[in-house]
Design a protein around this ligand. Structure first.
Ligand code: CP
Length: 325
């Protein structure tokens, strides 16, 4: 049993080393092998965990607002016996306000801790931070760029809910132009077989060419559609997202808001075994009564948010737990 566990951990560490997983910047870094290792670890940690990160310190460095990502990372670290330092509003309460560059901040902060979980308003900020950091940088969202740990919890949720990561249809709905969770999830979906993706977005917020090119290169079947109700009966996962008001101009927001909504009028078009996911926060794009949200298995978004805790525990454990090397 002990030997098996050591072998598992060694294999995992070797994969991390081979696939350059010191920093977590974009979801493309994760191979299916590493994903399944993380799922297994997350399942284990869901049931029991020890203080494997005792003595380790995680910095939560957030230049943009967050509820789930910051608090689930902090909770994950504390549950594994580690400690947390940081700021929830680094733009206002760090020396950035005095004009310090991100690089200088990272050079200093990385001398105080064992990893930095960072959210930043600028695309590419996590990559820039990783170039000067002495400790692992985990990208917790960089502008319109990526949100790789959200993609981890999303794909873990799909696996737990459908019991498979192949042969299914997923609709990505909402602001596909500025939604970093959609982009990160697309990169992971492209690694599995027989997944069909339907993009449903307002005309002014369509998915970018980079994702379409990635899918073409990886032979992923995808199409665009603007009739949500027509496609709802044929899909297994509805991944709906908010219109990102803070990232687009007011004109674009007014054109897009309220265009695609899941509510009591179209909820029952969704198959009984299908699931609605949302990275959250949601605003008006899901409008279902409490009795449905609390009792209908098709509503998966709160389980999805909970999965974030366990997959982030697994990720932190694998990155920081020296005993498993
Ligand atoms: N899904 C997500 O990233 O949520 P927060 O912005 O609350 O962290």
């Amino acid at each position: 049993m002990l030997w098996k566990s050591l072998q598992d951990n060694y294999f995992y560490k070797l994969l991390f080393f081979l696939f350059n997983m010191f920093h977590i910047i974009e979801s493309q870094q994760f191979s299916p092998e590493i994903l399944f290792k993380l799922f297994k670890k997350a399942d284990e940690l869901r049931n029991s965990h020890k203080n494997t990160l005792k003595g380790k310190i995680m910095t939560a460095l957030f230049y943009e607002p967050s509820t789930r990502t910051r608090l689930s990372f902090e909770s994950a670290m504390l549950k594994l016996g580690g400690e947390v330092i940081g700021t929830e509003n680094a733009r206002e309460f760090s020396s950035a306000v005095k004009g310090e560059s991100l690089e200088d901040s990272i050079r200093v902060i990385s001398r105080y801790c064992d990893c930095i979980v960072m959210r930043h308003n600028e695309e590419g900020a996590a990559l820039n931070a990783s170039k000067v950091s002495k400790v692992p940088i985990i990208n917790a969202g960089d502008g319109k760029g990526q949100h790789p740990t959200q993609a981890l919890l999303d794909i873990y949720t799909i696996y737990r809910e459908l019991k498979r990561l192949e042969n299914f249809k997923i609709a990505m709905v909402g602001d596909l132009a500025s939604g970093r969770t959609v982009r990160s999830l697309c990169y992971l979906l492209g690694k599995f077989n027989n997944i069909e993706i339907i993009f449903v977005s307002p005309e002014n917020l369509k998915i970018g060419d980079d994702i379409k090119e990635y899918f073409e290169k990886h032979n992923v079947i995808f199409k665009e559609d603007d009739n949500l109700n027509k496609i709802l009966p044929e899909i297994d996962i509805v991944y709906i997202t908010r219109i990102q008001k803070e990232r687009i101009d007011l004109d674009d927001y007014e054109k897009a808001k309220g265009k695609f909504v899941i509510n009591q009028n179209n909820f029952n078009l969704i198959k009984k075994n299908s699931r609605i996911m949302h990275p959250l926060p949601r605003v008006e794009e899901i409008d279902l009564p409490i009795h449905i949200e609390e009792n209908d298995k098709r509503v998966a978004y709160f389980r999805q948010a909970e999965n974030g805790l366990f997959i982030r525990m697994a990720l932190l454990d694998f990155i920081l737990n020296n005993k498993s090397k």
